[in-house]
Structure formats: structure tokens, C-alpha cells
Design a binder for this molecule. Structure first.
Ligand code: NAD
Ligand code: MG
Length: 417
């Protein structure tokens, strides 16, 4: 029985992790939950899993959560109310909770950084979904892993695929988990991308893209922010940086391939030119389960892959002019230091502004490019945690300033669909 903490338990990753825990009660016990604002769902999760500790993002919301748990009807009363904590400190307490062995990081965005670092410092194993943590703070996170001995198991489907393929190589030892140093014999990584919401749209039509269009993903059901990142292909760009930190390859050896069916979740090419791929339906539960159960394979009753049912697997190169975010991510990754943190924060803020219908879809890359350009003169090559947090704040402010200074980026009211 493995004791797990679920950070971001009310989100897409969090709820799927809890489904796994429910399906395998003899394998996993949930000891900690953290969430933002969705109290209705959080209370249901607390009733179901009876965790030891629960953290919520806002300290001020603690009283309401406590009242709700205290006032449950008699037939739903908890045996005992969990330890309740709130705010940044509360998230850190839940993330490093003593009895937990593995922490699933399903918080969205750089908000996941401090709790993830707390879990690492406490020596917990991490099932890493929250890619923004590693992208913003790779130079801070990787050394901490070495100090505490905590291991990063990728839960992102592409990185899980690479990790699973690496199990079939001589370097699949415990010690090689996510050290950020090159994997011997690994020549190339091919990250597959569905192409997102606009893969079948001609580039000229993107100027009419609405929030509803950008948040309708053809293959995967995910949170809003990552669904927009898939539509811009920034998600794949961020995953290139994530792969660089996890598997230690140079950027020229990490490629992106469009694969509309999302059946091959990524591939590795080895020194002898053999290529290994991992396949499955597009369902995040499989990579999450593997991150939770490595090195074991747990028997499931999930729908089995049927290639004749799919018929064809197709591949093509991404159109760089249609998806400028990809190149921005490669550039930021190559600049290294604080640049990926700036790219990530500018993207988070630009996507938030797009989701609030303040800026146009096609302005997302323009805003990010402008902010990264300004940061070039202040780039720090070997940042500490405070530097990362500082540039993250700066980049978010800079996006807001850009939008104010460039009123043409703002959507007029007739556009809103
Ligand atoms: P989501 O929006 O569905 O859920 C986010 C969770 O984080 C919620 O529980 C929310 O309450 C919590 N949260 C939000 N802001 C917070 C804050 N400031 N402090 C504390 N908690 C906060 O997001 P998601 O789609 O589940 O994605 C979560 C992470 O996993 C992201 O980093 C994403 O890139 C990554 N990921 C997701 C998928 C997927 O299929 N959803 C796939 C691969 C990677
Ligand atoms: Mg992914």
C-alpha cells in the first residue's frame, strides 16, 4: 500500500488520480489533498478518501471549509475532520506530509513550484504532472533532487512514454531517474503532438479563433490552461524544455512531430538507430498510474488498444509559421537560466488574458516574444529560487503592461463569441 498526496485534487489530473486510488484501494491510500476554490468537489473527495490533511490555496477560505465539514448531515459525518491548513504555508505542509510516500503534482502553473519543492526537500517521490515547475525552475529543482534523493516520475504522457521506452534499455536503473544528465545511448527524442484545437484550421482563419474554439481539444480532456497551450503548441514547446531537464538531451536532439491520432505518446531513438514507441489510447490515467506504480505494472480493466479500430497512424512536421510558440520555447530553452521561467510566466499570464477575452489568440506568442526579448539583457544563467520567483512576477507584470500599451491587442466587444 502506497500513501499518496494529491496536489490540485479538484483538477483534471487530480480527479483522475483519485479515480485510480478508488479503483485500486489495496494499492493506494490518499493521505493529503490540496485544492483551490472548488469546495463542493473537495468536500466529496474528503468524504470518499478520508485524508489526514487538506490544504486550500487561500488561508481565508479555511473557516468555510471547516464549517462545511462540521455541518455534514448525520449520515455523511466524517470519523474525524482532517487537519486543515491554508495559503502557501498550508500547501507546503500538505505537500511534505510525513506519512506520504509519493506526491502527485496536479496544480496548474508556477503556483505548483513551492509545494513541489517542499515535497522534494522532504524526500518524497514525485509524480510530476505540473510541468511548469520544472520549466520555470529546472536549475533549482534538479540539484534539490540530488540532495534529498527524491525521484521525479514523469506523469505527462509524452515523458511517461519516453520513460517507459527507456525501461527497455540498459540504463533503466533507479539511479538514472531524472537526474538531468545525458542518458548514454539515447540519441534522439520525438515528442508527439495532436496538433491541438486548430490543427485542421488554415493559418489565415486563426485571427477569428475564440476562447470556445481554443478550449475544445480533439483528443484529450484537460484543464483550460493546458488546452489553450495545446492549441498554440506552447504545450509541446514547454514539453521540449521538460524533456531536456528530465532526460538530459540537447535541444537539437528533441523533436516535435504532429500525430493527430494521439496513439503513439512519444518515441526514443537509440544509438544503433532503433526507435522505440509507447502506445495507448489518449487517456492520462495510464501515465499517472505508471508514475504511481513504477517499476510495477498494475492490472486494469481499462479499454485495450485496438489498432485495426484506429486503422491509420499518421505523422507530419509542425508548421512553424502557424505555431510560433514552439520556436519561442526552443529559444528560451537554449538561452537557459531564467529565460524558461520568463517564457512560462509570460505564457501563463497571456493565456489568462486570452481566457478573459482581453487579448486575441494570435497575440499570445507576440506578447511572450516581447517579454522574452526584454529579459535578454537581465538573464541570469544560474538562478536561485528567489531569482526565479522574481522574474516570474516581473514577466506577469510585463504582459499586463504590454497589453495596456498596445490597445490593438485587445479584443473589441464585437469579437466576443
Ligand atoms: P486544472 O485546471 O484542471 O486543475 C488545476 C488544479 O490546481 C485544481 O485543483 C485547482 O484548484 C488547483 N489550483 C489552481 N490554482 C492554484 C493555486 N494558485 N494554488 C493552489 N492550487 C491551485 O489543471 P490540469 O489540466 O489538471 O493540469 C494540472 C497540471 O498538470 C498542469 O501543470 C498541466 O500542465 C499538467 N498536465 C495536465 C494534463 C491533463 O491531461 N490535464 C496532461 C499533462 C500535464
Ligand atoms: Mg503532455
Amino acid at each position: 500500500m502506497k500513501a499518496i498526496s494529491v496536489l490540485g485534487s479538484t483538477g483534471s489530473i487530480g480527479t483522475q488520480t483519485l479515480e485510480i486510488a478508488q479503483e485500486c484501494p489495496e494499492k493506494f491510500k490518499v493521505v493529503a489533498l490540496t485544492a483551490g476554490k472548488n469546495f463542493n468537489l473537495l468536500v466529496e473527495q474528503i468524504k470518499q478518501h478520508q485524508p489526514e490533511v487538506v490544504a486550500i490555496a487561500e488561508q481565508d477560505d479555511l473557516t468555510e471549509l471547516h464549517q462545511r465539514l462540521k455541518n455534514l448531515p448525520d449520515n455523511e459525518k466524517l470519523k474525524s475532520i482532517p487537519h486543515l491548513v491554508g495559503g502557501t504555508e498550508g500547501l507546503n505542509i500538505a505537500a511534505s506530509w510525513e506519512t506520504a510516500e509519493l506526491v502527485v503534482t496536479g496544480i496548474v502553473g508556477c503556483a505548483g513550484l513551492l509545494p513541489t519543492l517542499s515535497a522534494i526537500k522532504a524526500g518524497k517521490d514525485i509524480a510530476l504532472a505540473n510541468k511548469e515547475t520544472l520549466i520555470a525552475a529546472g536549475p533549482v529543482v534538479l540539484p534539490e533532487l540530488k540532495v534529498s534523493g527524491s525521484r521525479l516520475f514523469p506523469a505527462d504522457s509524452e515523458h511517461s512514454a519516453i520513460f517507459q521506452c527507456l525501461q527497455g534499455t540498459p540504463w533503466a536503473t533507479n539511479a538514472r531517474l531524472s537526474t538531468g544528465i545525458p542518458t548514454p545511448g539515447l540519441r534522439n527524442i520525438q515528442l508527439t503532438a495532436s496538433g491541438g484545437a486548430f490543427r485542421d484550421w488554415p493559418a489565415e482563419k486563426l485571427k477569428n479563433a475564440t476562447v470556445k474554439d481554443a478550449t475544445s481539444h480533439p483528443n484529450w480532456s484537460m484543464g483550460k490552461k493546458i488546452t489553450v497551450d495545446s492549441a498554440t503548441l506552447m504545450n509541446k514547446g514547454l514539453e521540449v524544455i521538460e524533456a531536456h531537464y528530465l532526460f538530459g538531451l540537447d535541444y537539437e536532439n528533441i523533436e516535435i512531430i504532429i500525430h493527430p491520432q494521439s496513439i503513439i505518446h512519444s518515441m526514443i531513438e537509440l544509438a544503433d538507430s532503433s526507435v522505440l514507441a509507447q502506445m495507448g489510447w489518449p487517456d492520462m490515467k495510464l501515465p499517472i498510474l505508471y508514475a504511481m506504480s513504477w517499476p510495477h505494472r498494475i492490472q486494469t480493466q481499462w479499454k485495450r488498444l485496438n489498432l485495426p479500430e484506429i486503422g491509420q497512424l499518421t505523422f507530419n512536421n509542425p508548421d512553424k509559421s502557424k505555431y510560433p510558440c514552439m520556436e519561442l520555447a526552443y529559444d528560451a530553452g537554449r538561452s537557459s537560466g531564467t529565460m524558461p521561467a520568463v517564457l512560462n510566466a509570460a505564457n501563463e499570464e497571456a493565456v489568462a488574458q486570452f481566457l478573459e477575452e482581453k487579448i486575441h489568440f494570435q497575440n499570445i506568442p507576440k506578447v511572450i516574444e516581447s517579454v522574452c526579448e526584454i529579459h535578454k539583457q537581465d538573464l541570469m544563467s544560474n538562478p536561485q529560487l528567489n531569482d526565479v520567483l522574481e522574474v516570474d512576477n516581473w514577466a506577469r507584470r510585463e504582459v499586463k503592461t504590454y497589453v495596456q500599451r498596445n490597445p490593438h491587442t485587445i479584443i473589441n466587444s464585437t469579437f466576443k463569441g
